[in-house]
Design a protein around this ligand. Sequence first.
Ligand code: NAD
Ligand code: ZN
Length: 350
Amino acid sequence: MSIEIPKTQKGCIFYENHGEIFYKDIPVPKPKANEILINVKYSGVCHTDLHAWHGDWPLDVKLPLVGGHEGAGVVVAKGENVTNFEIGDYAGIKWLNGSCMGCEFCQQGAEPNCPDADLSGYTHDGSFQQYATADAVQAAKIPKDADLAAIAPILCAGVTVYKALKTADLRPGQWVAVSGAGGGLGSLAVQYATAMGLRVLGIDGGEDKGKLVKTLGAEVFVDFTKEKDIVKAVQKATNGGPHGVINVSVSEAAISQSCDYVRALGKVVLVGLPAGAVCKSPVFQQVVKSVEIKGSYVGNRQDTAEAVDFFVRGKVHCPFKVVGLSELPRVFKLMSEGKILGRYVLDTSK
Ligand code: NAD
Ligand code: ZN
């Protein structure tokens, strides 16, 4: 089967960090021997895309850049070495576009930690375009009857928080605090945690986010814009502090605070990546409470398959709003103001 592929397409592209984002005609990329070409139907907008545009991190983006790494669509072409996808299959663009597969990290399934990792919407043009390429080894498998708009946020936000929860290594019945619970990653973290049998306390700002977080399964909501003593409030609600914390806020202060309110023997998982942030933990407290602080970075192929499976079984569903691809600048503005409940998903046909 072959599908006709145009020479040009619509995409969102920027030429310098913080520079204007142009919605315009750009060439359709050609897949290399190991790659598939995906006709992206929908793409989630992750806060990482905003960090990439701002140039927030000590890792350069390719320029010019087409961002995006939560792309869901249909395989329309493939390189000659690709054996695991057929034309017409559904496939997903993830943050980890490809890795060397030969280093010690790839060898143990920690492919995101590969020093030569190729990143969608960062070092490799991503899913804010109608056609995007992905290494077939890393591209996500999406079941044929899946709703492509609804599954898009799973490809980064879902995989990331699912892996972070596994990293926290908690038991059913234990408390987990999700800091940043009303955003894209947070709203999914609340649901994965609930599905895994954990008791969830969500932290975010505003009544709308509080309502949402509770609907998604959190027993308790702490509003950081209203609560004067967050550490005390969290410890009181969880009878001594949560056993684990998933930090998905974009707030340095919130991250350090989580080292204070976590329970003795608890695990603080760092996921959110505010620009230049440092996690401060008082050494005395950390020692006598024997707290673990762990970083968690997206997930590997198996984590992806498991995270997708929770979605397919109806256990998680990121609340999302669909708007046209051309509206990316507006979505970035709302995101930087902390005004997004769940995710915005871009329809690439508009
Ligand atoms: P988002 O903007 O959708 O959500 C962030 C949420 O944090 C918002 O709801 C906001 O209101 C809330 N928040 C802000 N200040 C807070 C505070 N002081 N306390 C509690 N909540 C607060 O962003 P997102 O797309 O969910 O991404 C979150 C972060 O995770 C970003 O930094 C992103 O780059 C990072 N990320 C990391 C990985 C990884 O692999 N480690 C993967 C994806 C995204
Ligand atoms: Zn992301």
